[in-house]
Design a protein around this ligand. Structure first.
Ligand SMILES: Cc1cc2nc3c(=O)[nH]c(=O)nc-3n(C[C@H](O)[C@H](O)[C@H](O)COP(=O)(O)O)c2cc1C
Length: 304
C-alpha cells in the first residue's frame, strides 16, 4: 500500500517514494531478484550507448576505505537491445518510474540514443550521463565544460518529446553551479548529481595502478558530504528538480539529501554491499520521519 507521506513528484512524474537505485549499481532491474521491485520509487538503469560495449578490461573494481573505485567503462548491450529486451522485460514486472541512463562519445550519439529512448512508452525519464570518468573521448568530457554540457542538453531536448530530461553532472569540476545553470538555461528538466569522483589506487606489490584504466570513479559512503554540498549548492541556484546521489546508505541519508534540496534520492554503491539496501531504506523512512517530526517528505525538500 502506498504511504502518501513518502510520495514525491519529480518533474511531473509521480513516485511512491523518492528512493531510486543509481545507474550501474542495479543492472537492468531484473538481475536484482531479492525483493519485489515495486517498492522502489524509480529505477535508473545501466548506462546505455548507441553500440554494444564490453567495457574496460579487468581489473575494474578496487576497494577503498569508505567506498570503491570502478572503471567499468559503460558495459552495455547497446540502445536497440536495451529498448527491445531490457526495458519491456522490466516493465512487465515493475510499475514505477523507469529511468533510461544515456551515454555517448559524440553529440550525435547522445541525440540518436535519446531520440530512440524518447519513442519508448515504457521509459518515464531520460537521464543523460555527461559525467562518466571511465571512458576516453566521451562521458565526462561533456560534463566538465559548461558550454559542452549545454550543447548536449539543448540537442537532446530537441528530440525528446513528452518526458523529462535530467542531466547527470560530474563532481570533477571547480564550479558545479556554473555547469548546472548552463544545463538549466539550455532546457534541462532536472539534474542528477553526483557521478563518481576521479580517483586512483596503486598496488604496493606490482608498483602499478590497481585498475586496468589506471584511474577510476570513487563512490560510496566516503563521498556523501561532497554530494550533499553539491546538491545544496545546485538546488539553491537552480529552479529545476534535483536527484541527489552519492554515498547514500540509510533513511537518514535520504532525509539529509532532501533537506539539501533533492526531490528524489539515488542509492548506488550501497546496493553492491547490501542488495536489500533500497528496500530497507524505504521501510525505515516512516520511523525515521516520526522520530524527526517530519509529516511528509515533500515538506523538507531544500529546507537546509
Ligand atoms: C560499478 C558502477 C557502475 C556505474 N555505472 C554508471 C553508469 O553506467 N551511468 C551513470 O550515470 N553512472 C554510473 N555509476 C555512478 C553511479 O550511478 C553514482 O552516480 C555514483 O556511484 C555515486 O553514487 P554512490 O556513492 O551511491 O555509488 C556507476 C557506479 C558504479 C559504482
Amino acid at each position: 500500500m502506498v504511504n502518501e507521506r513518502l510520495s514525491v513528484t519529480l518533474a511531473g512524474v509521480k513516485m511512491d517514494n523518492p528512493v531510486v537505485p543509481a545507474s550501474g549499481t542495479f543492472g537492468f532491474g531484473l538481475e536484482m531478484d531479492r525483493y519485489d521491485l515495486n517498492v522502489l520509487g524509480g529505477i535508473s538503469l545501466k548506462g546505455t550507448t548507441l553500440e554494444p560495449r564490453y567495457g574496460n578490461p579487468l581489473p575494474r573494481i578496487a576497494e577503498t576505505p569508505s567506498g570503491l573505485l570502478n572503471c567499468v567503462g559503460l558495459q552495455n548491450p547497446g540502445i536497440d537491445a536495451f529498448l527491445a529486451t531490457k526495458v519491456p522485460a522490466l516493465r512487465k514486472v515493475y510499475g514505477g518510474a523507469i529511468i533510461a541512463n544515456i551515454s555517448g562519445f559524440s553529440l550525435e550519439e547522445y541525440v540518436k540514443c535519446c531520440e530512440r529512448a524518447s519513442a519508448c512508452g515504457d521509459i518515464d525519464i531520460i537521464e543523460v550521463n555527461v559525467s562518466c570518468p571511465n571512458v576516453h573521448g566521451g562521458g565526462m568530457a561533456f560534463g566538465t565544460s559548461a558550454k559542452a554540457a549545454a550543447e548536449v542538453t539543448s540537442a537532446v531536448k530537441k528530440v525528446v518529446k513528452g518526458k523529462p530530461v535530467f542531466i547527470k553532472l560530474s563532481p570533477n569540476v571547480t564550479d558545479i553551479v556554473e555547469i548546472a545553470k548552463a544545463c538549466e538555461d539550455a532546457g534541462a528538466d532536472g539534474l542528477t548529481l553526483i557521478n563518481t569522483l576521479l580517483g586512483m589506487r596503486i598496488s604496493l606489490a606490482t608498483r602499478k595502478p590497481l585498475l586496468s584504466n589506471r584511474t577510476g570513479g570513487l563512490s560510496g559512503r566516503g563521498i556523501f558530504p561532497v554530494a550533499v554540498r553539491m546538491v545544496w549548492q545546485v538546488a539553491h541556484a537552480c529552479s529545476i528538480p534535483v536527484m541527489g546521489c552519492g554515498g547514500v546508505a540509510s533513511a537518514q541519508d535520504v532525509i539529509e539529501m532532501m533537506m539539501a534540496g533533492a526531490t528524489a534520492v539515488q542509492v548506488g554503491s550501497e546496493n553492491l554491499r547490501n542488495p536489500l539496501a533500497c528496500k530497507e531504506i524505504i521501510e525505515s523512512l516512516p520511523e525515521e520521519m516520526d522520530r524527526l517530526g517530519i509529516g511528509s517528505l515533500t515538506d523538507i525538500i531544500g529546507v537546509a
